[in-house]
Unconditional design. Structure first.
Length: 160
């Protein structure tokens, strides 16, 4: 990362990856007859993307860890490996960009736009949502982590 535009681009990329995973997880939840799981997954992954867009290290880390665990438990496939790699890249970029301190005019973050639908969805919406949903997001992730941990424990016990 050399410029503020690089930092902004990586945040936007992480947001899109998490949004795609959110939609995919929701569709899979509904198709497998588990609509509540699908909606919770949609909220978790989308809000994680909002956090990644806002350079939250916690959001980038928790989304990566839970997606990797889900991939290992549900079966490794080409798409899942690609998404894991993208989430790993986004986590790394988020950790680096969280420390970003502009030292020159070129290093300053570019202004967030709001002219087109894409600008509003990627730039304006996360900036507006994150302060309002940070605490509910932490609560949601705590619940998801507890349920995922319990699920792993049950799977290990049944396997033995």
């Amino acid at each position: 990362m050399q410029t503020g535009s690089d930092v902004d681009y990586l945040g936007a990329q992480g947001y899109w990856v998490c949004t795609a995973v959110a939609v995919l997880a929701c569709v899979v939840g509904f198709l497998s007859g588990q609509p509540i799981t699908g909606v919770v997954a949609l909220l978790f992954y989308y809000l994680s993307g909002v956090g990644v867009r806002q350079r939250s290290r916690y959001a980038a880390t928790v989304v990566l860890v839970l997606y990797v665990v889900d991939t290992l438990l549900s079966g490794v496939g080409v798409l899942r490996v690609i998404l894991c790699a993208l989430l790993l890249s986004n986590a790394r970029a988020t950790w680096i960009s969280a420390e970003w301190k502009p030292e020159s005019e070129e290093a300053k973050l570019p202004p967030r736009l709001g002219e087109t639908f894409n600008d509003k969805f990627v730039d304006t919406l996360p900036e507006w949502l994150w302060p309002k949903l940070t605490i509910p997001y932490y609560t949601l992730t705590f619940g998801v982590l507890v349920v995922a941990t319990a699920g792993v424990i049950v799977m290990v016990i049944r396997h033995h």
